[in-house]
Design a protein around this ligand. Structure first.
Ligand SMILES: Cc1cc2nc3c(=O)[nH]c(=O)nc-3n(C[C@H](O)[C@H](O)[C@H](O)COP(=O)(O)OP(=O)(O)OC[C@H]3O[C@@H](n4cnc5c(N)ncnc54)[C@H](O)[C@@H]3O)c2cc1C
Length: 371
């Protein structure tokens, strides 16, 4: 039976970043992707925001890897000419009742050591962004936007140039533990091979992949819940030049309907949060009113007719509706009797921002030989 050193399941931004990082040190790496190309799922269905790390609990992987990842992304973009823009972000309080939550959030950002965030009063907000309803805001100058497709292409090219094999049309259907590794079977090819290390970056199917290895995903807390986020495009010139967010729900279910811009200056609102049972990317036109009202809360004078259903993405969440936010799971499974298996589960936002830092974190796990 053929043998490889490392198998990475999933060619989304996380799997590709890991492939790029590991291929610097290891030979004989294969990336398995069930689609015919990379980034066909969540990695191309998101806001493409380089987050600064304000929102996440202190010391969590989400906070640490987001802050490190953002720094690394700006460096990568500069060095390899990947389109990105530090356009800045305002988290706007629009009523008195939101001020204390806004101040708490700003404190959280400072504790997380987020660079450059400041609190602005109404006058100061109006000076830099006159078309919002803010009575005060948190200003995050280091938040930006990135072309996620170009980023993935960069990771892919780097991994391929260093000898990693990217196998499309390769859906993993079984993983069996053997001495010193795993036997991985691919559905389409009826092909089986042995791998010393298996890294599960399967996004929305990461719990399914974990279950293939015999892990009880319910008991381990790995069962994913799908949380859909729909977007409406604004088919008129944007009245704002920064990303505008409301003060989020304390349990951080989502960030609230917010205004994002792409690199072409196109304005979109979303994503909202809707727990769903199955994967379906259709945007419900009947949500227009809700989006319009949500958007009006942060930006006045928008035209309802200009709200056009755009796209949707699905978050792989570890927490169900109403539950406290949970951290990324990034762990080797030695304690579960599966040394050599590294699971990445619940890689929702800020997974794009964190991707290069996640890759280094995983490389350390592989290097420690703890797997
Ligand atoms: C609406 C929305 C908005 C977001 N906005 C942002 C943002 O602005 N900034 C940010 O930092 N993050 C954001 N995120 C989060 C970010 O998009 C994700 O964290 C990131 O894309 C996850 O990448 P991934 O590689 O883990 O998963 P994916 O991109 O889902 O890749 C997983 C891959 O695994 C493959 N796969 C699955 N099962 C198998 C199998 N059996 N065999 C072979 N291959 C398999 C899939 O086909 C897929 O290509 C957002 C997410 C959503 C949903």
């Amino acid at each position: 039976m053929e043998e490889v050193e490392i198998t990475i399941i999933g060619a989304g931004v996380v799997g590709l970043a890991i492939a790029a990082e590991l291929s610097e040190q290891y030979e004989n790496i294969v990336v398995l992707e069930r689609h015919d190309s990379f980034g066909q799922e969540t990695s191309s269905r998101n806001s493409e925001v380089i987050h600064s790390g304000i929102y996440y609990p202190q010391g969590s992987l989400k906070a640490r890897l987001c802050i490190e990842g953002a720094k690394q992304l700006y460096e990568i973009c500069g060095r390899y000419s990947i389109p990105c823009k530090k356009i800045g972000k305002l988290i706007v309080a629009t009523e008195q009742a939101e001020l204390s939550a806004m101040e708490e959030l700003s404190e959280k950002g400072k504790i997380n050591m987020v660079n450059g965030i400041v609190l602005l009063d109404k006058k100061e907000v109006d000076k830099i962004e006159p078309n919002t309803n803010a009575i005060a805001a948190i200003y995050s100058p280091n938040t930006g936007i990135i072309d996620s497709h170009s980023l993935m292409k960069h990771f892919l090219n780097m991994a391929s140039d260093r000898g990693a094999l990217i196998a499309y049309g390769s859906e993993v259907e079984s993983i069996d533990k053997e001495e010193n590794g795993f036997v991985v079977a691919i559905k389409q090819e009826r092909y089986r091979f042995k791998s010393r290390v298996v890294i599960n970056c399967a996004g929305l199917a990461a719990d399914y992949i974990a279950a293939l290895t015999g892990i009880d995903v319910q008991r381990s807390g790995y069962k994913l819940k799908f949380c859909k986020g729909s977007y409406f495009a604004y088919a008129k010139p944007s009245p704002v030049k920064m990303l505008i967010y409301p003060v989020p729900h304390r349990k951080l279910i989502g960030l609230g309907v917010h205004a994002t811009l792409d690199l072409g200056g196109r304005l979109r609102f979303g994503p909202d949060t809707e727990y769903v049972e199955s994967i379906d990317y259709k945007v419900d036109i009947n949500k227009r009113d809700i989006f319009y009202k949500g958007a009006l809360k942060i930006i006045p004078k928008l035209e309802k007719d200009a709200f056009i259903p755009d796209m949707a993405g699905i978050r792989p969440k570890l927490q169900g509706p109403g539950e406290e936010t949970k951290d990324f799971v990034i762990t080797n499974e030695t304690e579960k009797g599966l040394p050599g298996l590294i699971n990445l589960i619940g890689i929702e936002s800020p997974g794009l921002t964190a991707s290069p830092a996640i890759a280094k974190y995983v490389a350390n796990i592989v290097e420690e030989k703890s797997c």
